[in-house]
Design a protein around this ligand. Structure first.
Ligand code: ZN
Length: 279
């Protein structure tokens, strides 16, 4: 295999907290610093949630803007992807940061149970977010937490709300949603190839499933995602010291497959994104 691999790093998430791992970056300054180290280790996409200073949830566009600006300054060419996830189903909360025109944003195309709550994505919210992404020239990453979300994404593409080729992320191993089972991963990828042959994809594993699922993703022709949002441990009793350390592990996996992490320019070309300007 010689295709270069896009490594996405989900640096923060809506959890964990500092009590779970001191490595999780919370403030925009911490996030920029952690992203730069991840970038230097081979990550070309940063997936961004923002937090309040106390670690609680935040949707503050000002915080998203500070991270965007810092990453563009310190990580030339890196793809910035904002999360539109989180609780609540108001378009204002979930989508106001899209006006900042990040390169990409996550878009879950359905609702699902998470371990302790419903991740609500009603049709009107999904369509509203897709429209905002079109309006601001933001490429969606389709988040598939349950099977129907894949088919719904294709229906949205057919209706013109999403542009093909799609970039899809399958998330396995999150309690109450899809389990980390290899036949399931293979089925999801096969269905994606059938529905949208040009699509690119990542299969992402949560927690202790992360490394195993990364291996499946590479084998199936996909890309990689890691980061403290998804997994805070290197092994059962060893916390990861940083996002960069998790990215290093992903990069090592690429080498095992005879390839390497993509450069920012390669990652942009693979996703059909414009080459980074000098903004
Ligand atoms: Zn996220």
């Amino acid at each position: 295999m010689s295709r270069p691999i896009i490594i996405a790093c989900a640096i923060t998430g809506s959890r964990p907290g500092k009590a779970d791992t001191p490595a999780v970056p919370i403030t925009p300054d911490e996030q920029i610093e952690s992203t730069q180290a991840a970038f230097e280790a081979g990550a070309t996409v940063v997936h961004v949630h923002v937090r309040a200073d106390d670690g609680g949830p935040s949707y503050d566009p000002d915080r998203f803007g500070r991270v965007l600006e810092g990453v563009r300054t310190h990580c030339p060419g890196m793809i910035v992807q904002f999360s539109t996830g989180g609780r609540g189903d108001s378009l204002e909360e979930r989508g106001s940061m899209l006006a900042l025109r990040p390169d990409m944003a996550s878009l879950a195309t359905g609702s699902v149970n998470f371990p302790a709550h419903v991740y609500e994505n009603p049709p009107a919210l999904i369509e509203g977010l897709a429209r905002l992404m079109q309006q601001y020239g933001v490429m969606p990453e389709i988040e598939v937490f349950d099977l129907s979300m894949l088919y719904n994404a294709k229906a949205l593409a057919d209706s013109g709300l999403l542009s093909e080729p799609l970039h899809v992320q399958f998330v396995l191993g999150l309690g109450a949603a899809l389990p980390a089972k290899r036949p399931l991963a293979d089925f999801l990828v096969s269905e994606l190839h059938d529905l949208s042959p040009e699509a690119t994809f990542t299969v992402a594993g949560i927690g202790r499933f992360q490394e195993m699922v990364m291996d499946w993703s590479l084998y199936a022709g996909g890309h990689l995602r890691t980061g403290l949002e998804d997994n805070i441990r290197l092994s059962r009793d060893r916390l990861a010291e940083s996002n960069a350390q998790l990215v290093e592990r992903a990069a090592a996996l690429c080498v095992g497959y005879g390839t390497r992490p993509a450069t920012p320019q390669e990652a942009r070309a693979l996703l059909g994104l414009p080459t980074a300007g000098t903004a």
